[in-house]
Design a binder for this molecule. Sequence first.
Ligand SMILES: [Zn+2]
Length: 275
Amino acid sequence: MEQTRVIDYSQFHSRLRIPGRLHLDTPLRIGAGGLPGATEVDLPVIKDAAQRPFIPGSSFKGAFRAHLESILRVFNNEFACGTLTDGVRCISQERINRWKSEYRDNAAGLSDKLLQETCWTCRVFGAPWLASKVLFKDMPVAPETWFGRYQERSGVGIDRDTETAGDKLLYATEAVPAGTEFEFEMMVENAGDLEQGLILLGIQEVARGQMTLGGARSRGLGWVHLNVKWDEAYRIDRTSLRHFLITGKGQPLADENARKKLVEDFLREVGGVHA
Ligand SMILES: [Zn+2]
């Protein structure tokens, strides 16, 4: 059954914008869904109309969310519901329906109840009842790092019946070479300070090269690191919105100590820092 979004943010509370450059430390493979035996490359990577590589924002978001979920579970399994079976997230449709009738004449009460029960990652990255606060743009390749050549690796498929490798089972896998860079941009709408701390924690991890991306990670592909353009990053809240609308300038995020404080406040909240 399709779930309906119960919570909607029609008011502006905050915005966070973080631009950067994603650098490939090892080749990257985000598959385009190849047709077996159809072309010279059986397992092509995803490309734009001009045959240049790009990274879909949704692929980055998936890896980013999964990475933060794995960190949050260290503190408490209930902070991240992503691995529960059958797509059931921290609140089932059955419980939502029950609360909807309980809070029939109290929309604010229903929102509060849902938010209370929603895990950290669903609150930030979205759930069927809650829109995502995080948007990742599709990431185009940085032209000066792209020389028009994909890396090709050939693999040998094993025939299951005979357990031999025949000529017909040779296949070619494509990857984007190491050293290629992509333009990164993320926007976060209406996240509270603690949620911004969680997101900055994730950004810090990618900046340190701790997150992997794409396929064939067990073969060493997909190691990346993010060079954040902190000088161009900003926050806006309700008090600085007016200034932003007039000047186009938000509150800078260039101060490392201010960013660390947001991360530390979040870690204190989830029990990762004992103050
Ligand atoms: Zn959840």
